[in-house]
Design a protein. Structure first.
Length: 216
């Protein structure tokens, strides 16, 4: 069930994100850089690179997301939180695997369905962070429900960074060191806004999972 609250505009989300990053740029840049290096190196392991990448990318992505959630919620924010996702390894791994499979299958149909799939599943790891017991498949389903009516809004947020992306390319990629945490913070704020409009949905999902666990 969706609530009629509106989400802030792309300009507002970017402005909020810049303010939140003040005093945290160094940690945020290092976080994004290490995340990129670790996921890239995992894929280069001889013979089993793809398997290693699948094993570590989900937990790392969950930890990555948790860091930016801590940032915008003004909670203690440390580089070490990047590895927090390994505490929920099973759900993080399965969520990443399923999202990859679903997105690839949609992309095989055509590029636009693939983009829609990425937007549809984009809140999965944020949901897993806030509701760690919900499970991978249910987190994906919840993301799909939450994003009904909001996919275009998130797509416009991505598009609002195109000028910065061009500038980053012109700096031979150096600008991406700062742009990446900027974009990620804005997306995290989008989730926080979306969460406030979907509080009833998230609460019901969490309660359903708790009921199943108790009955089991």
């Amino acid at each position: 069930m969706q609530v009629s609250n509106s989400i802030k505009s792309s300009n507002e989300l970017r402005a909020i994100s810049r303010n939140q990053l003040k005093g945290h740029w160094g940690t945020a840049v290092l976080l994004c850089l290490v995340f990129m290096i670790l996921t890239t190196l995992a894929g280069t392991v001889p013979a089993i690179g793809m398997i290693v990448n699948l094993l570590v990318s989900g937990p790392l992505l969950l930890g990555y997301v948790s860091c930016f959630l801590k940032l915008i919620r003004k909670e203690p924010f440390r580089f070490e939180n990047l590895f927090d996702g390994f505490s929920n390894f099973k759900s993080a791994f399965l969520a990443y695997l399923l999202m990859t499979i679903f997105t690839v299958l949609w992309t095989l149909l055509f590029l636009i369905p693939g983009i829609i799939a990425i937007l549809r599943y984009s809140m999965t790891f944020y949901i897993l962070h806030d509701h760690p017991n919900i499970g991978a498949l249910e987190a994906i389903r919840t993301s799909k429900e939450m994003m009904i009516g909001y996919k275009w809004k998130l797509f416009c947020l991505f598009l609002s960074f195109w000028g910065w992306i061009i500038l980053s390319i012109l700096t031979l990629g150096i600008g991406f060191l700062w742009l990446t945490p900027y974009i990620q913070t804005a997306i995290t704020n989008f989730y926080q806004e979306l969460k406030s409009t979907q509080a009833n949905l998230l609460e019901s999902k969490s309660q359903e999972k708790d009921t199943v666990t108790v009955n089991t």
